[in-house]
Design a protein around this ligand. Structure first.
Ligand code: HMG
Length: 389
C-alpha cells in the first residue's frame, strides 16, 4: 500500500433526540433563575430521547448521513464509543452495522472511558488507516447523559451521536501525529453497573477536568507539539459550554499569558450545538468541531486544538489542520434544520420520559414516537429489538 502522511476526518455528521426541553422549564422546578443555566452553565436547552430512541438509533442516524453522501473507500472497521452501554457483552456497534446494511467483512468493536473514548477511537482509526490507506474507518460516538432528577447535575443532561469517517487525504481535518496524554485515577464521575444515572462530585469534576487539561497540554508541549500561538481555535469537551471557557482561560493564562477576552476568542463558534443539545458525553467535543466548521468559513489551512476529557480520568490534547475545500463538505443548513426540527416538550412530558427506564424487565414494547428512520422497538426475551421504519 502507498505510504500516506495525511490522515484524519473525511466526513462528520451528527444526530440527537427528537425532543428538546428549554432549561427555563427545569429552572422553574428547581426554584432557580433560568440565567443560572443560560449564563452560569452556558446552556439553553437539552435534547431528550423519545422512548423508542437510544444510543443505537442515534448512532445509526448519524452514520447513515455519512453513508448517504458516499465514498469509494470500503469501511472495514466500525468503532462505537459510548458510556451508555446497552449490553455488558455485545457491542452496540453490531446493531448499527446491521441497521446500516454494512457487509460481513467489517470488524466492529465498542470502546469505553467516559467522555474520552471517541478520541481514543479516532486515534486507533488513524493507525488502521496508516496501515491500510485504501480502507476507511467509521467512528461513532453516541451517548445519553442522565443524572438524578432534581439533582444539581440534572441541567447538564443531553443526548447526541457523532459519526466520523476516517480516511487518508481527508476532506475536513488532517490529524497531526503528536498527542498530549494525561491519566489519573480520580472518582469525579462514574456509573456503577446497577445504575442508569451517573454518580458525580460536581466540584471535584470541574477541578479534575481543569487539571487534566493542563496536564495533557504539558505532555503535548514536552513532545514537541505545536506552539500554543499557532492554534487558531480550540474545541473542548463541553459537559456544559462554560466548562470549556473555565478550562481554556486557565490554560491560556498559564501557557501564553492571555487575558480572558483573548482566550475566549479562541473558542468562538464551538458552542452553538452543545448549548442546544446538552452533554452528549463522547460526542460532545466533535459537536464542538461540527459547530465550528458550520459557522467559520475561513478555517482552511488553519490549525485547531482539541481537548478531550473523560472523567475517571483520561484526557488528550491533539491538533489538526483544516483541509482546503472543507466548506464544500460541511452540512450547516442540514444541521441547523435538524436542531430546529426537534419537538419542544414541557417538564411534565420530560419527567415521564425520564422515568421510562424498565431496565430490569425482559419484555416490553415501546410506543411509536420517533420520526426517524431507525427505532428501538423494546425488549423481547432479553433481546433488544431495532427496526428500520
Ligand atoms: P451547581 O453547583 O448547582 O451550580 O451545579 P453552581 O452553583 O456552581 O452555579 C453554576 C454557575 O452558575 C456558577 O458560575 C454560578 O455563579 C452561576 P461559576 O461561579 O462557576 O462561574 N450562576 C448564575 N449565573 C447567572 N445568573 C444567575 C446565576 N446563578 C448561579 N442567576 C455543576 C453545577 C456543574 C456542579 C452541576 O451541574 C454538575 O454536577 N454537573 C455534572 C458534572 C459536570 O458536568 N462536570 C463537568 C466536568 S467533568 C466532565 O466534563 C465529564 C463528564 O462529561 C462525564 C464524562 O466524562 O463521562 C461530566
Amino acid at each position: 500500500a502507498a505510504i500516506t502522511t495525511s490522515i484524519g476526518i473525511h466526513d462528520i455528521a451528527f444526530a440527537t433526540g427528537s425532543y428538546r426541553i428549554d432549561l427555563a422549564e427545569l429552572a422553574a422546578r428547581h426554584g432557580v433563575e433560568a440565567n443560572k443555566y443560560y449564563i452560569g452553565l452556558g446552556q439553553s436547552e437539552m435534547s431528550v430521547l423519545a422512548n423508542d430512541e437510544d444510543v443505537v438509533t442515534m448512532a445509526a442516524t448519524a452514520a447513515q448521513r455519512i453513508l448517504d453522501r458516499g465514498d469509494s473507500r470500503p469501511i472495514r472497521t466500525l468503532i462505537f464509543a459510548t458510556e451508555t452501554g446497552i449490553d455488558q457483552s455485545k457491542a452496540a456497534g453490531v446493531y448499527v452495522h446491521r441497521l446500516l446494511g454494512l457487509g460481513s467483512d467489517v470488524r466492529v468493536v465498542e470502546v469505553k472511558q467516559a467522555c474520552y473514548s471517541a478520541t481514543a477511537a479516532l486515534q486507533f482509526a488513524t493507525a488502521l488507516v496508516a496501515r491500510s490507506p485504501e480502507e476507511a474507518v467509521l467512528v461513532v460516538a453516541s451517548d445519553v447523559a442522565r443524572y438524578e432528577i432534581d439533582s444539581n447535575a440534572e441541567a447538564t443532561q443531553g443526548a447526541g451521536a457523532v459519526a466520523m469517517l476516517v480516511t487518508a487525504d481527508p476532506a475536513i481535518l488532517e490529524i497531526e501525529p503528536v498527542s498530549g496524554l494525561f491519566t489519573e485515577d480520580v472518582m469525579d464521575f462514574w456509573r456503577p453497573n446497577h445504575r442508569s444515572t451517573a454518580v458525580v462530585d460536581g466540584k471535584l469534576s470541574i477541578d479534575a477536568y481543569i487539571n487534566a487539561t493542563t496536564g495533557a497540554w504539558a505532555d503535548l508541549a514536552s513532545r514537541g507539539g505545536p506552539a500554543f500561538e499557532s492554534i487558531e481555535r480550540f474545541c473542548y469537551h463541553q459537559p456544559f459550554t462554560r466548562m470549556a471557557v473555565k478550562a481554556h482561560r486557565k490554560l491560556a493564562a498559564s501557557v501564553a499569558e492571555l487575558g480572558n477576552d483573548e482566550a475566549d476568542v479562541q473558542l468562538d463558534g464551538t458552542f452553538d450545538y452543545n448549548r442546544r443539545i446538552g452533554n452528549s458525553y463522547t460526542a460532545s467535543i466533535y459537536l464542538a468541531l461540527a459547530a465550528l466548521l458550520d459557522t467559520d468559513d475561513d478555517l482552511a489551512g488553519k490549525r485547531l486544538g482539541f481537548l478531550s476529557y473523560g472523567s475517571g480520568a483520561v484526557s488528550e490534547f491533539f491538533t489538526g489542520i483544516v483541509s482546503a475545500g472543507y466548506r464544500e463538505h460541511v452540512r450547516a443548513d442540514e444541521n441547523r434544520a435538524l436542531l430546529d426540527g426537534r419537538t419542544p416538550i414541557g417538564d411534565e412530558q420530560y419527567l415521564a420520559l425520564q422515568r421510562f427506564t424498565p431496565a430490569d424487565v425482559s419484555n416490553y414494547e415501546t410506543t411509536r414516537e420517533t420520526p426517524g428512520r431507525f427505532r428501538f422497538g423494546g425488549v423481547d426475551g432479553d433481546k433488544r429489538v431495532y427496526e428500520v421504519v
